[in-house]
Design a protein around this ligand. Sequence first.
Ligand SMILES: *Cc1c(COP(=O)(O)O)cnc(C)c1O
Length: 485
Amino acid sequence: MTPLLEQAYDPEIFRKQAHQLIDQITDHLTRCFSKTEPQVLQWRNPAELRDKWHKILSVEIDQNQFWEETIHDTIHLHHPRYMGHQVSPALPIAGLGELINGTLNNGSAIYEMGPVSSSMESVVIQWLAEAMGFNSDASGFLTSGGSLGNFTALLAARQVQSGYNHWREGLREGFHPAIMVSEEAHYSIARAVQMMGWGEQGLVKVPVNHNHQIDAQQLEPLLRKSLSEGKQVIILVGNACSTATGSYDPLEPMAEFATRHKLWFHVDGAHGAAAAITPKYRHLTTGIHYADSVVVDFHKMMGASALTTAVLFKDGANSYATFDQDAGYLLNHGGNDPWYDSAMRTVECTKNMMGIKIFAILKTYGPQFFIDYLTSCYDLGRTFAEIIKQTDDFDLATEPMSNIVCFRYHPENIPGDPQHEPDELNRMNRKIRRQLLESGKFYIVQTHIGEVSYLRTSLMNPFTTREDLTSLLDEIRKYGKKYTS
Ligand SMILES: *Cc1c(COP(=O)(O)O)cnc(C)c1O
């Protein structure tokens, strides 16, 4: 035993350090929520910040100061003026779950290595499946993010839908499988198709309507056209909701269409499937329980820390199809569903104790936390849209269905050749976005819809107020005026 090891593992040193760190995080959260901390972030370019941290590695600095610098340089998701990407300001109790995960390290690839997290994971999955309207045949697992969740679900769909053992044989000659998905789908769907080796022809993009939703009427002719081009569509993917504009596809007619044509219906609900458990916004996901598989990110609209993603299967047996651990495997286990060995169904071998955070939320606040969180954020989306519509210098991209609101600054006196106006407006809005980022007073992002650049907000923080939203518009006007004068 070396003195260094003795010190590094000393429980009493840990106690002291942990108490201090909890105090620091608590003070940070207080400053954010009260906005006594005016900055959402301190913008530094990547090389500059990397330099700073490179130096910190070699200077004497006490533990407290080191954590303080760390917190300072983070982007503050708990600040009510954080309105950027779709990651939730984590509920503090989820952070406490992470502390257990990080210190006890009970990775749950197999039950023996993670008895409590395997059990919690199963309880959490069962609760979610039921809350979303699935019956007791449903099951699933937790995995590391929506992107991996989509990939895993689509691998299972491939195995079930191919009509032969795709996992063992690979792609048969003459078989050109394809997935039909909205042109607004998250890029992880296209990546999954490529990772399965189906090439670009494996993705059939469905055009969207003015609300950025799939028009279910379009599916039939597009399916016929794909078939005539030699593409065998075996999977249909619906957005609940889309990433760019937060639009929900019409899941019920899509499910009917999928059933009629024997397609696997997968719902990418990474952001918004959780609406299904809320009385107020449930209607957005009508029909979601007909889906063969659904992905739900707990770290987006369910307030948990990243990464925690549920992959649900309507028929739980299909969740074993991903890596060809099919019915035969189950029989070897005496017909028992080996739910407790998580690695049978997930890409991960060792895995975080994901269930613990969700279990802790459920145990402490009940499902009502998830309902209150999503409902408050979606309500804010509607409030912001109303505010924007009352101005005469901002355009709303589309009526928001969720907490994602896209808009742009569009004053009347925009200079330049009117024929090039879209370019000019695009440039101005992108420049405003950049200046906002560098000011650090708000954090918002940007997106393209067709040829048009929009400012994009995801209202992830239920403590964002109407005043924060009007101040954001004022701040944008300030930069816009500089641009136009
Ligand atoms: C965020 C998102 C994803 C990706 O999820 P990660 O957890 O970031 O990997 C996939 N699909 C949609 C619709 C999303 O919004």
